[in-house]
Design a protein around this ligand. Structure first.
Ligand code: NAP
Length: 270
């Protein structure tokens, strides 16, 4: 059975489905299939240019909208107050929904004061078009700053066994913020990790499944792996029938070596 995380009194399915870089009919079918498998948390973004397909996938699945935790993200050019409103309305139209469960700032951007963006997002939260607001790719200092301005629900960041997020997790636990792990299986690289293979042998699970279980077993952590085919989507969801020991959790934490996969030119100082 899916594990739920409770953040600020709101339940979020710990395992979500990532949709980047799926597009068009592939994305539509992938979302429908993921929902049929049992995923109830879907991640998209304005920048992925797949919100229409995600919305169609949700409708095709016939899963009631209120059962799905749906996230989208504002792109860097949409952070000024008026642009937030325009972008959100476009997302709602594209996704064919009255609200998103979570609206994130995709990347921090110094060109617009953080308070201006967060205030605009909060206005839409009060209207009910956005249930929760949050950030993505915010390092510790910026997350603290965002928390001074608004009730940040989530920080979505790269997190997998090769990249520790200890500092951010401490703040997330202090301030009841969800840390959503993107690139959670390091783009599949964990498949080659011998220690994960050995742990997996004990449970009859693959290194990917061990990694996803490790992530969602941590306090405040959710994960959003992406897979193009149904078989992998099923495998990635098949992680709720076993638990790792404290020693195994620590052993996986020990694999961290500062390996960052997503680091575009506009990244903040991590
Ligand atoms: N906020 C941000 O800035 C940000 C940045 C990056 C990503 N994201 C979000 O996070 C989601 C996931 O991140 P990601 O796509 O970068 O990385 P990921 O989920 O770590 O890795 C996806 C890759 O792993 C492969 N894979 C999936 N399941 C597998 C399995 N069971 N065995 C072996 N290989 C497997 C996939 O291949 P196939 O597809 O061929 O199956 C794909 O190449 C994205 O889709 C997006 O929604 C957010």
């Amino acid at each position: 059975m899916q594990l739920l995380k409770t953040i600020r009194g709101v339940e979020v399915p710990a395992l979500g489905f990532g949709t980047w870089p799926l597009k068009g009919p592939d994305c539509r079918e992938a979302v429908t299939d993921a929902l049929r498998i049992g995923y109830r948390h879907v991640d998209t973004a304005r920048m992925y240019v797949n919100e229409v397909a995600v919305g169609q996938g949700i409708r095709d699945s016939q899963v009631p909208r209120e059962e799905i935790f749906l996230t989208t993200k504002l792109w860097n050019t949409e952070l000024a107050g008026g642009k937030v409103t325009e972008a959100l309305h476009d997302s709602l139209r594209s996704l064919h929904t009255d609200y998103v469960d979570l609206l994130l700032i995709h990347w921090p951007d110094k060109k617009v004061p953080l308070a201006e963006t967060l205030n605009a997002m909060q206005k839409h939260q009060q209207e009910g078009k956005v249930r929760q607001i949050g950030v993505s790719n915010f390092p510790p200092g910026l997350l603290r700053e965002a928390l001074r301005h608004a009730p940040v629900f989530c920080n979505q960041v790269e997190y997998h066994p090769y990249l520790s997020q200890e500092g951010l997790l401490e703040i997330c636990r202090e301030s009841d913020v969800l840390l959503t792990a993107y690139s959670p299986i390091a783009h599949g690289a964990v498949m080659e990790e011998e220690s994960l293979r050995q742990i997996g042998e004990k449970y009859g699970k693959s290194p990917v499944q061990i990694t996803l279980r490790w992530l969602i077993s941590q306090e405040q952590v959710a994960a959003i792996p992406k897979a193009s085919g149904t078989e992998r989507r099923r495998q990635n969801f098949d992680i709720f029938d076993f638990e790792l020991t404290r020693e195994e959790m620590d052993q996986i934490h020990g694999l961290a070596r500062g390996k960052r996969l997503i680091n575009p030119a506009w990244s903040p100082v991590w």
